[in-house]
Each structure stands twice: as C-alpha cells, then as structure tokens.
Design a protein around this ligand. Structure first.
Ligand code: XMP
Length: 317
C-alpha cells in the first residue's frame, strides 16, 4: 500500500493529542528533518511543548546557531542547553562504538530528565524513525548499531515516550515535512547521526581529533553542495568526513610527515537501510583532498570510501 502523507498527518496529530493530552512534553530538537517534523506535528496537535537543543560538543560547525535560526523561522521556541563538558568527559578514553552510543544515549536522557523537571514535562517526544529501531535490534533482529535514541535509552527512565514517526522511513518523513510547510533546507537536509561527530572519530576521541573531523565535515559539505549546485554531480543522500585512528607517513617539501587520515564518504540511498557509494567527479575529489590537507595541518592523507551498505554501514561506527 502506498504512503498517504495527509492521512498520516491527521492520525499522528490525533494520536499525539490522545497520548499526551493536557500534560507537558519536551522534545529533543536536533535540527534534522525527523525532529523538526515531530515538533511540528506536536505544535499542530496543540499540546504544551518545550523544544530543547542539546549542544553535546559533537555537533557540526555553527550547528546550534543554524538550528536556532530555522526554529525561529518556523515559530518553534527553542531552548539551547550547553552540555558540552558532560558529553565530552563521558567519552574520555572510550573507544568501542557501541559503548560510545550507549553512553551518549543515556546522557541525552539524563539531560532531558533534568530539563523536564524544570519545565514540569511528563513526556519525551522523539523523532525516531523505522531504521533506528530496526538497526538497534528491534522485533528480535540482530543489532547492527544501537541508535542512540532507541537502544541508548535507559530502562529506568522517568519520562514517558512519544514517537510519532516510528513507522516511517526517511523519504516518507521528508514528504510529510514538505506538506507541513517546513523550509526546503530542513525537509531535504541530509541525515546526521544523533551521537554526532562522536561516531565520526573512529575509536578514542580527543579534542584535537574532534576539531579535525568538524573542519573536514564542513569542507566536505561545502564542496559537495557547491558541485551539486554547479551541476557537476547529483547531490548525494549523505556526505561527510570521518577520522581514522591511525597516522600514516607522508612528505612535505623534503621532510617526512606523520599525520592523520581522513575518510570522505558520500552515498546514494532511499531510506538509509541500504546505500551505494556516490560517484564524485575527479576535479571535485581533487578540491576536497587539497582543501583538507591544506587547511587542516594535522591531516596528511585523504581516502575515498567506495563501499556500499551492505557490507559496510553508512557511518563508520
Ligand atoms: P548506518 O550508519 O547505520 O546509518 O548505515 C543509517 C543512517 O542513520 C544515521 N544514523 C543515526 N541516526 N541516531 C540517528 O538519529 C543514531 O544513533 C544514528 N546512527 C546512524 C546515519 O547517519 C545514516 O543516515
């Protein structure tokens, strides 16, 4: 049966009203299409809602400012919580991806619980979509990776959950976002994982590595978006950079260097469940590689990920 967005919107708003009623809800608005759509459905349902953006320190360049300005544009009052210190120190010396995800998931919830107490909210609304719980091992499946907003949730959580998009796939959420009147930059926004740059620094995270990957992601986004606007390539479904834990040898002038390796990844997908790597034209690859190694002095090598999902996943962790 094909997806009927109007029918979905009407039934989701009705369900939100029934479930939350007169109680107050808090929503984790990360700035992605899923959380913006969930927040808009709640706003339209007329419930009492407090939207919060948690700055974990694992966000992309200028992310908090961007999310704040779009929220203002669509009439959602957003409170920014700076929790950088707690999130960064919680992952100190942790290098196992599943551990990172669980710690981040739990910290998100603890931060929300604290905020919910202040704002007297009983519900936590999340923009969880189908691939999140499917990949987290829902309904007896194998756990591919624990999406922070599903498997990261502690069992003894004080807040009641409301997840209006739980049965939808990303492309369906985008259609709903468009119909709800969200700006194009939101309903077409590329996905960004909840744990953020923490899962794009492979292995142990340090402040230096975080800064490197933040800058590399920003260069990758700028150049891929430029190339897409100029008609050099089709805009990929997702495009980003990740940092490998090992250094490799290089040469600068006639001196030996020993620096980090950045992986650039761009994929074509419909729903994130499977993906094919995207073809980036050689001149664009050249610009990305030159900019990354010139502008980030700790990076000495850039590699282009040419793996599909499966066998790999989209993110590196
Ligand atoms: P993978 O890496 O599993 O990712 O192929 C599929 C899609 O989901 C995004 N992703 C996440 N999204 N919380 C999220 O909200 C998470 O913990 C998470 N992990 C991965 C990923 O960026 C890709 O678009």
């Amino acid at each position: 049966m094909s997806f009927n967005p109007e029918k979905f919107i009407a039934s989701a708003e009705k369900e939100i009203r029934l479930r939350i009623g007169n109680e107050k809800a808090i929503i984790a608005l990360s700035g992605g299409v899923d959380s913006f759509v969930a927040a808009t459905l709640c706003a339209n349902a007329g419930i009492r809602l407090q939207a919060v953006f948690i700055d974990t320190g694992y966000m992309r360049k200028n992310e908090a400012e961007k999310v704040k300005s779009v929220s203002k544009e669509v009439g959602i009052h957003l409170k920014i919580i700076n929790a950088e210190k707690q999130f960064i120190s919680a992952l100190n010396k942790i290098n196992e991806p599943e551990k990172k995800r669980k710690i981040i998931g739990e910290l998100f919830i603890r931060t929300f619980e604290k905020e919910a107490k202040t704002s007297e909210a009983a519900f936590l609304v999340q923009g969880t979509i189908a691939p999140d719980w499917i990949e987290s091992g829902g309904h007896g499946r194998d756990t591919i990776k624990s999406h922070h907003n599903v498997a990261g949730l502690p069992k003894n959580m004080d807040l009641k959950l409301c997840e209006p998009l739980k049965e939808l796939y990303k492309h369906e959420v985008r259609i709903v976002g468009k119909i709800l009147g969200l700006p194009q930059c939101i309903y077409e926004r590329q996905p960004f994982p909840g744990p953020g740059l923490a899962v794009r620094v492979v292995g142990e995270i340090t402040k230096e590595k975080l800064e490197i990957v933040r800058e590399a992601c920003s260069i990758m986004e700028e150049e891929i978006e430029r190339a897409s606007v100029e008609g050099k390539m089709e805009k990929p479904w997702q495009y980003f950079a990740a940092l490998l834990p090992s250094k490799t040898v290089g040469v600068k002038g006639d001196e030996r260097s020993y620096k980090y390796t950045i992986v650039i990844r761009a994929v074509k997908s419909l729903d994130g469940m499977t993906a094919n790597f995207s073809y980036i034209p050689q001149d664009v690859l050249q610009i990305i590689s030159t900019r990354i190694t010139n502008e980030i002095r700790e990076v000495g090598r850039v590699v282009y990920d040419i793996t599909n999902k499966p066998p790999s996943t989209i993110e590196l962790e």
